[in-house]
Design a binder for this molecule. Structure first.
Ligand SMILES: [Zn+2]
Ligand SMILES: [Zn+2]
Length: 312
């Protein structure tokens, strides 16, 4: 799983930081890409990355501010122009569909692929065999969400040889045993499946938050995540302004990461006020959380496969 930071600035583009966009590429499958937010010129950032627009299968929009959605019409148009015909799921707050449809109609853009729009609400918003996505409402002047992307745990392998040696006949029973269930054989013997399974592989969890002032519920939502991508628009001496406008400081994001015991915090949505000199910003982050990463445009974070864990 790779996280491609395509735009890491806040509000307005700066020379080195474009407005918000982040792509996840799932390496384990066929290289599917999910995009989170699509600020202006996100499609240009794709050109500087190894990602292709055709590989984008789902777009998740945290909120409807311009620095998170104004790149959408152009990106959709180019995806179509490049020949993509596969359906595209777009998740976003109410109003997103009207914006996209209006932009496409005004510019007489006909897409070669269908769009399936999904209006966001809290809770499970996408459920696949291998992945699930949950949404949590945040605190911003407009409706804004965080997303938790979770891989399902992969069950351990069943020791079929040992079961056969015990005279357990292959068949539907094995499916139950593979789930770790206890079954009763025809001859009355009781077999506990978990005793014949090796360790399962823990699914990875990535949490991506939209613009927000600190929200208490994020602690539980991000608890134990492998990666938390969180905005830190300002250094902490701008705390009052940050909270007034529905944003977080470096200290807010670091405190959340500690309380939620996340594996890796990655800061993004950095104000252009630090464009000339990021030292103040970087020094504070490093002092608060030594392993914190401050994302930069086109930075790629590789999230390794999680290790095996004991069955519990
Ligand atoms: Zn923003
Ligand atoms: Zn915003």
């Amino acid at each position: 799983m790779e996280l491609h930071f395509l735009g890491t600035g806040a509000g307005v583009p700066a020379k080195k930081r474009n407005v918000s966009a982040l792509a996840i590429r799932f390496l384990e499958g066929d290289g599917t890409v999910w995009l989170f937010d699509c600020g202006e010129a996100t499609q240009h950032q794709f050109l500087h990355s190894p990602l292709s627009l055709a590989a984008v299968e789902a777009i998740f929009i945290t909120h409807l501010h311009g620095d998170h959605i104004l790149g959408l019409p152009g990106l959709l148009s180019s995806r179509s122009f490049q020949g993509a015909e596969t359906p595209l799921d777009i998740y976003g707050p109410k109003g997103l569909e009207a914006f996209v449809i209006q932009a496409l109609e005004t510019t007489k853009t006909k897409l070669r692929f269908p769009i399936r729009f999904h209006v966001l609400a809290e809770g499970r918003i996408r459920d696949e065999e291998k992945l699930s996505v949950d949404a949590l409402a945040l605190d911003h002047p407009v409706e804004s969400y965080a997303f938790r992307i979770k891989e399902q745990d992969k069950p351990g392998t069943l020791d079929a040889e040992a079961l056969k040696a015990m005279g357990v006949p292959p068949g539907p029973l094995y499916a139950q045993l593979k789930k770790g269930e206890t079954v009763k054989l025809a001859d009355g013997r009781i077999v506990n499946g978990s005793a014949f399974l090796d360790e399962s592989i823990r699914g990875r969890t990535v949490v991506i938050a939209g613009d927000t002032a600190p929200v208490k519920a994020m602690e539980a939502f991000a608890s134990g995540a492998d990666v938390l991508v969180h905005e830190a628009t300002f250094a902490s001496n701008k705390k009052d302004d940050a909270h007034l406008y529905g944003h977080s400081t470096i200290a807010d994001a670091c405190a959340l990461a500690k309380r939620a015991a996340v594996g890796q915090l990655i800061l993004t949505h950095v104000s252009s006020r630090y464009a000339r000199n990021e030292n103040e910003y970087r020094d504070e982050a490093a002092a608060l959380l030594p392993n914190v990463i401050i994302a930069e445009d086109l930075f790629v974070f590789e999230l390794e496969k999680a290790g095996r864990k004991k069955r519990d």
